[in-house]
Design a protein around this ligand. Structure first.
Ligand code: PMP
Length: 389
C-alpha cells in the first residue's frame, strides 16, 4: 500500500491545473541568476535596492566586523540567554530612525505577522483587514481569538462604513493593511487609514511596509514616511529580507506594546533568535539607508518605464511601484509566458493560486536598483514579442 497515495493524488491535481510548484536551484551574479544552465535577469527577487547583489557592501562589512560579533547562532530565545547586546542596539536605532518610542525585531516578517495579531487581538477585538493582505497576516488573524471582517481592496468607503457600524460593538478594532501590496504593486492611502483610526478612540492601525521599507520616503523608511503619517500608525511593521538585504521583521510602536509582545507573542517567545552576526549586518545596512536616495530614484525611474512600456502594449496597470504585475488569467497561460520569457533571458515566475485568487494568475516583475534602463527596454521588447504570438 502506498501510504502517500492521497498526497500524490493532490499533487497530480495541482499539476493538471498548472499550479504545481518546483524549487529551481539558482546561482546569483549581480542582478542576474543562473538557473537551468541559463543566465537571466532576475525579475523575481525582492532585493529592491540591489544591496544583496552588491559584493562591495559585503566586503566593507567583513572588514569592519569585530570577530567577537561573528556569532552564527544565538543558541537560545531572547527571553532566556539569547539576548545579545546588538539586538537592543538595532532596536534603539530603529526607534530613533522612525522617531517612535520603541521597536521590536522578529526572526522574519512571517513571524511578525503570525505573532503580533494573536498576541494583541483577543475575543473582544475585531480585525478589519484589506482583502489583499499577505498570507502571513491572514494566518495571524486566524490564530487570534478576534473576529474578522475583510474589506474590498483599498476601498476606503467600505472600510469607513464597516468602522461606523462596528466601532460601538467591540472593545477594540484593529485595521490591518499593507502599504505596498505585493501582488498588485499598488499603494494604500495611509493618510486616509490614519484619518479613520483617529475618528474613533478604540480603533488601532496595523500597517505592513514589507515592500515599501527601504524603497519610499526621504530616508527610505517607507510609505508612511512619504505620506507623513508614521506617528499615527500604532503597529508600523516592516521586513529586512527585501530592500534591506538582510533577514527579520520589525515593529515600531509604543514602549508598552513592545513590553506586551515580549510577554505574549508566541513566535517571539518560543523561537531561537536570529544569529548575532545577522543583526550586525542589519545594523550596518540600516546605517546606510537614508543615504541610498540615488538607488531609490533609479528604481523609481526603471519602474515608471516598465509600467508605461507595458501600458503602451495594451496591458492594464494597477501598479505604481517597483512591483509590476502582468495578468495572464489562467495558470497555464502564466506558466507558458514565464517559460518563454525565461528562454529569452528573463527570470520571471508565474504567480498562481493560492498566492493570488483563482483566475488571476500573473507574471510579476520585481525590479531592483541594480538593473539598467537597457534591461527594462529589452524586457518590454521580449514581452511584446511573446504576447504578439
Ligand atoms: N509581509 C509581506 C507583505 C510579505 O510580502 C512577506 C513575504 N513576501 C512577508 C510579510 C513575510 O516576510 P519574510 O519573508 O521576512 O518572512
Amino acid at each position: 500500500m502506498d501510504r502517500d497515495a492521497y498526497l500524490k493524488e493532490e499533487l497530480c491535481r495541482l499539476e493538471s491545473e498548472g499550479n504545481l510548484r518546483h524549487l529551481t536551484p539558482a546561482g546569483h551574479e549581480g542582478s542576474h541568476v543562473i538557473a537551468e544552465g541559463r543566465k537571466m535577469l532576475n525579475l523575481s527577487s525582492n532585493d529592491y535596492l540591489g544591496l544583496a547583489a552588491d559584493v562591495s557592501l559585503r566586503r566593507e562589512f567583513m572588514e569592519r566586523l569585530d570577530p567577537g560579533d561573528f556569532v552564527m547562532s544565538s543558541s537560545s530565545s531572547r527571553s532566556l540567554s539569547g539576548e545579545f547586546p546588538v539586538y537592543g542596539q538595532v532596536e534603539d536605532k530603529l526607534s530613533e530612525m522612525f522617531g517612535k518610542e520603541a521597536a521590536l525585531v522578529f526572526n522574519s516578517g512571517y513571524h511578525m505577522n503570525l505573532g503580533i495579531l494573536p498576541a494583541v487581538a483577543g475575543k473582544d477585538t475585531l480585525v478589519v483587514a484589506d482583502k489583499l493582505v499577505h498570507a502571513s497576516m491572514i494566518d495571524g488573524i486566524r490564530l487570534s481569538a478576534a473576529g474578522a471582517i475583510r474589506f474590498r481592496h483599498n476601498d476606503m468607503t467600505q472600510l469607513g462604513n464597516i468602522l461606523e457600524k462596528e466601532h460601538g460593538r467591540h472593545r477594540r478594532i484593529i485595521i490591518a493593511a499593507e502599504s505596498v501590496y505585493s501582488m498588485d504593486g499598488d499603494r494604500a492611502d495611509l493618510r486616509m487609514l490614519c484619518e479613520f483610526k483617529k475618528r474613533y478612540d478604540n480603533v488601532f492601525l496595523y500597517v505592513d511596509e514589507a515592500h515599501a521599507f527601504g524603497v519610499f520616503g526621504e530616508n527610505g523608511l517607507g510609505l508612511a514616511e512619504e505620506q507623513g503619517c508614521i506617528r499615527d500608525i500604532d503597529y508600523l511593521c516592516g521586513t529586512f529580507g527585501k530592500a534591506l538585504a538582510s533577514m527579520g521583521g520589525f515593529v515600531v510602536c509604543s514602549r508598552t506594546v513592545r513590553e506586551y509582545l515580549i510577554n505574549r507573542m508566541r513566535p517571539f517567545i518560543f523561537s531561537t533568535a536570529l544569529p548575532p552576526v545577522n543583526w550586525r549586518w542589519t545594523e550596518f545596512l540600516l546605517g546606510k539607508l537614508s543615504g541610498m536616495k540615488d538607488r531609490r530614484e533609479h528604481l523609481a525611474m526603471l519602474s515608471a518605464r516598465l509600467r508605461s512600456g507595458l501600458e503602451d502594449l495594451g496591458f492594464g496597470m494597477v501598479s505604481d511601484t517597483q512591483i509590476v504585475p502582468l495578468t495572464a488569467g489562467e495558470s497555464k497561460v502564466a506558466v507558458r509566458l514565464a517559460s518563454e520569457l525565461q528562454a529569452a533571458g528573463f527570470f520571471v515566475l508565474p504567480v498562481r493560486p493560492p498566492t493570488v485568487p483563482e483566475g488571476s494568475s500573473r507574471l510579476r516583475f520585481s525590479l531592483t536598483a541594480g538593473m539598467t534602463a537597457a534591461d527594462i527596454a529589452a524586457l518590454t521588447d521580449a514581452v511584446r514579442k511573446i504576447t504578439a504570438l
